[in-house]
Design a protein around this ligand. Structure first.
Ligand code: C2E
Ligand code: MG
Ligand code: MG
Ligand code: MG
Length: 272
C-alpha cells in the first residue's frame, strides 16, 4: 500500500512537471518570437514629488505584444516569471536598458528614467559594462539612469548583488531598492549595498488612511530611510487621502494610479 501511494504521488509530480513544462515552452517560444520580431514595448509611469506634485522622473515598464494574438498586450507578470526560468530575461533586461537609455538621449528635458532588473541579471557579469557602454555611446549622463532592484527574489546571493552594485556604481548610475519591505533581506540589503532610493512596496500603501498597521510600517520605513540618508518613494498611490498622508509622513515621492497610469505616451512629455 505504501508503495502504491508513493507511486501515485510520484506519478502526479511528474505529470505536473510535464504540464508546467509545456506551458513554459509555449510562453518561452512566444517570448522568443517577440524578441525576434520586435514585439516588446515600453510604457512609462511618472514618479512625482509629494511636496508640490511636480514630476521627478519616469519608470519604464515592459509589455509584450503576443505573437500568437498580435493585438493583445501581455503584462509583465504573465511573461517575466517564465523568462526568468528560461533565462530569456537577460535579453529582455538588456533590451529595456538600451531602449530606456535611447529615450533619455532623445528627451534631454526628462530628468531621469528608472528600469527594473531581474534578480537573474545580477549573475550577468558583463551587464554593468553593457550599461556603461550604452550610456557613453548615447552620451547620457549616468545619474539620469536608475536601476531598480527587487529583494523579493530570495534566491539572490547577497555577494552577487554586492558585486553587481559595486560594478554599477562605477558607471555612476543610481540604484533603487524596489518593493522595499516585502522581502526577508531588507536590512541586509541596506547594510551591505550602496542604494540611494527606497521604494516602499505597494502592499504597505494600499488603504493607508484606514490601515493603522500599514501606517506603523510606513513610519518605521521612513525612519530607517531618514537615518540612512535615502530618498523614499511610495508606489500604488491610488487616492488623494493616501497621497496627503504620505506627504505628512515625509515620504519624498509618489507613484500610482492617482497620479497617472503607465502609458506608451506619457502626458507630461508627449510621445516618448
Ligand atoms: P514594479 O517594478 O513594482 O512596478 C509597479 C507595478 O505596479 C507596475 O505593474 C505598475 O503598472 C503597477 N502600478 C503602478 N501604480 C499602481 C497603482 O496605483 N495601483 C496598482 N494596483 N498598480 C499600480 P506592471 O507594469 O504590470 O509590472 C509588474 C512588475 O513586473 C514590476 O513591478 C516589475 O517587477 C516587473 N517588470 C516590469 N517591467 C520590467 C522590466 O522591464 N524588466 C524586469 N525584469 N521586470 C519588469
Ligand atoms: Mg519597479
Ligand atoms: Mg515596485
Ligand atoms: Mg511592487
Amino acid at each position: 500500500k505504501d508503495n502504491g501511494k508513493n507511486t501515485w504521488a510520484h506519478y502526479d509530480a511528474n505529470r505536473n512537471t510535464a504540464a508546467a513544462m509545456v506551458a513554459r515552452m509555449t510562453w518561452s517560444s512566444r517570448i522568443a518570437q517577440a524578441l525576434e520580431r520586435g514585439l516588446l514595448e515600453l510604457h512609462f509611469q511618472g514618479i512625482y514629488h509629494t511636496r508640490d506634485g511636480s514630476l521627478s522622473h519616469l519608470e519604464s515598464l515592459v509589455r509584450m505584444r503576443d505573437p500568437m494574438d498580435e493585438g493583445r498586450l501581455v503584462m509583465p507578470n504573465q511573461f517575466i516569471p517564465v523568462a526568468e526560468k528560461t533565462g530569456q530575461i537577460l535579453e529582455i533586461d538588456r533590451w529595456v536598458i538600451q531602449r530606456s537609455i535611447e529615450r533619455l538621449a532623445a528627451h534631454p528635458k526628462l530628468s531621469a528614467l528608472s528600469v527594473n532588473i531581474s534578480a537573474r541579471s545580477l549573475d550577468d557579469a558583463t551587464l554593468p559594462q553593457f550599461i556603461d557602454d550604452e550610456l557613453r555611446r548615447q552620451k547620457v549622463e549616468p545619474k539620469r539612469f536608475i536601476i531598480e532592484l527587487t529583494e523579493t527574489a530570495a534566491v539572490v546571493e547577497m555577494q552577487d548583488a554586492q558585486r553587481f552594485i559595486e560594478a554599477l556604481q562605477h558607471t555612476g548610475c543610481l540604484i533603487c531598492l524596489d518593493d522595499f519591505g516585502s522581502g526577508f533581506s531588507t536590512f541586509a540589503y541596506l547594510k551591505y549595498l550602496n542604494i540611494q532610493i527606497l521604494k516602499i512596496d505597494g502592499m504597505f500603501i494600499r488603504d493607508l488612511p484606514n490601515n493603522r498597521d500599514n501606517q506603523a510600517f510606513v513610519k518605521a520605513m521612513i525612519d530607517v530611510a531618514r537615518g540612512l540618508d535615502k530618498v523614499t518613494v511610495a508606489e500604488f498611490v491610488e487616492d488623494g487621502d493616501t497621497l496627503k498622508m504620505l506627504r505628512e509622513f515625509g515620504v519624498d515621492m509618489a507613484q500610482g494610479y492617482h497620479l497617472d497610469r503607465p502609458s506608451a505616451e506619457h502626458p507630461s512629455l508627449g510621445t516618448l
